[in-house]
Design a protein around this ligand. Structure first.
Ligand code: NAP
Length: 374
């Protein structure tokens, strides 16, 4: 009885791209979410018209399965916005998480159609990250960027719909450590980052096994390095006249590599401070004390401690540390001086959870907390 009441009071949500790598993580993470319940699923025309259980048969990638009611949901064609609009009218879809893998132009146009139909879109795709009035949110870092949403809606003539996105998975592991230091008065001036990115970051079936087993691929397509270098500047930027103005610093040089790890993107970071330089102990204390709005508001998906420092000289490691605190915490280690810049350290985050579906859910919780959803 308590469960039925709970279910009725939950906000019904939809997943676009529900059958893919990130879509499956959304379905799985929302299994027992206290606020949201999956009631609508859409994917490509290949999956449309099948029950969700049939659409993912033989390609479900996670150890945790989907809720029984999700297995029975009829998958819709994500390109047919009228189906979601109908579900919205019937109270079966209040907003959508977008985890589509289509061309940038197609994704952009489609997400705008959903927003124009009154359905808020919380997206994982890169299509809208450079749209000047769309916020790129990391809930702990720039929660104030949601302030642009009323301006976006007004400029587009959207009454209820809007678009908010999350950044590339490759930057998740070091954005919070860098933000924590900036907030404490130690902004970074220049960063060199070398990423080691998991194969699940390429979706399913993703990188061919013969390319990646016993190997490292020193290139990730779709502008991964440019995304890593530029997206932080929008996230650290400010809103001016209804659009985002990028920060000028830190300047970032990124090398992005694909490695034979299933989940968990790692990064080696070498950082130069703009001005004052904290001691290594001070940095560890700043990271340990770092909290953001998600922690203060006790949002369900928020890690209790967003940055965890491991003192062991051989940690963090993807297999041992990626699942820390619902796979939502960033784990760092090996902080030491650099004889080129000021400091260097190693950072890890789970790419399909913190870097994708979990980060998207946390953004939705932030938006609900601020009154933009439901
Ligand atoms: P994926 O495993 O390839 O899944 C793609 C999803 O999009 C599937 O549900 C697929 O449906 C659907 N789709 C493909 N073509 C379509 C079309 N023409 N019309 C409608 N739906 C279509 O990709 P993914 O790794 O989950 O990534 C999804 C999005 O999240 C991408 O934009 C990606 O860049 C982003 N992202 C991924 C990660 C990660 O770590 N994987 C991290 C951050 C962001 P079918 O199953 O029916 O083909």
């Amino acid at each position: 009885m308590a469960q039925a009441q709970n279910s009725i009071s939950k906000i019904p949500v939809g997943i676009l791209g529900a059958t893919g790598m990130v879509g499956q993580q959304y379905i799985s993470l929302l299994n027992d979410h206290p606020w949201f319940e999956v009631r609508f699923a859409a994917a490509s025309p290949r999956s449309a018209g099948k029950k969700y259980s049939e659409a993912v048969a033989g390609r479900w990638q996670l150890t945790k399965t989907y809720a029984p009611h999700v297995g029975g949901i009829m998958v819709e064609d994500a390109n047919d916005v009228s189906r979601a609009a109908e579900a919205f009218k019937k109270g079966e879809c209040s907003f959508v998480f977008s985890a589509l893998e289509m061309s940038k132009d197609e994704t952009k146009a489609l997400e705008e159609k959903y927003a124009a139909a009154g359905i808020p879109v919380i997206s994982n795709a890169s299509a809208h990250r450079w749209t000047p009035d769309v916020p790129v949110l990391i809930a702990e870092v720039n929660p104030g960027h949601t302030d642009i949403i009323p301006m976006q809606k007004k400029a587009r003539g959207w009454d209820r719909g809007f678009i908010a996105v999350k950044p590339n998975c490759s930057i998740q592991s070091y954005m919070k450590p860098v933000h924590a230091l900036a907030q404490a008065g130690y902004p970074a001036q220049r960063i060199v980052v070398v990423t080691m990115q998991a194969v699940s970051g390429a979706g399913y079936p993703g990188v061919p096994s013969l390319d990646v087993i016993d190997n490292v691929v020193p290139y990730i397509g779709s502008g991964e390095e440019e995304k890593s270098e530029n997206e932080p500047l929008k996230i650290f930027g400010s809103i001016e006249n209804g659009v985002f103005k990028n920060a000028e610093f830190p300047k970032i040089a990124a090398h992005c590599n694909r490695v034979p790890v299933t989940d968990g993107h790692s990064a080696c970071i070498t950082l130069e401070f703009a001005d004052k330089k904290p001691s290594l102990d001070e940095i560890k204390a700043i990271w340990a004390a770092y909290k953001g709005l998600p922690q203060e508001a006790d949002l369900p998906m928020a890690p209790r401690q967003p940055i965890i420092y491991r003192e062991e000289e051989n940690r963090p490691q993807p297999r041992k540390d990626r699942d820390t605190d619902k796979a939502m915490a960033v784990t760092v280690g090996r902080l030491r001086p650099s004889n080129v810049f000021d400091i260097r350290f190693f950072a890890l985050s789970h790419n399909t959870v913190r870097g994708a579906a979990g980060g998207g859910i946390l953004n939705a919780e932030l938006l609900k907390y601020k009154g933009y959803l439901g």
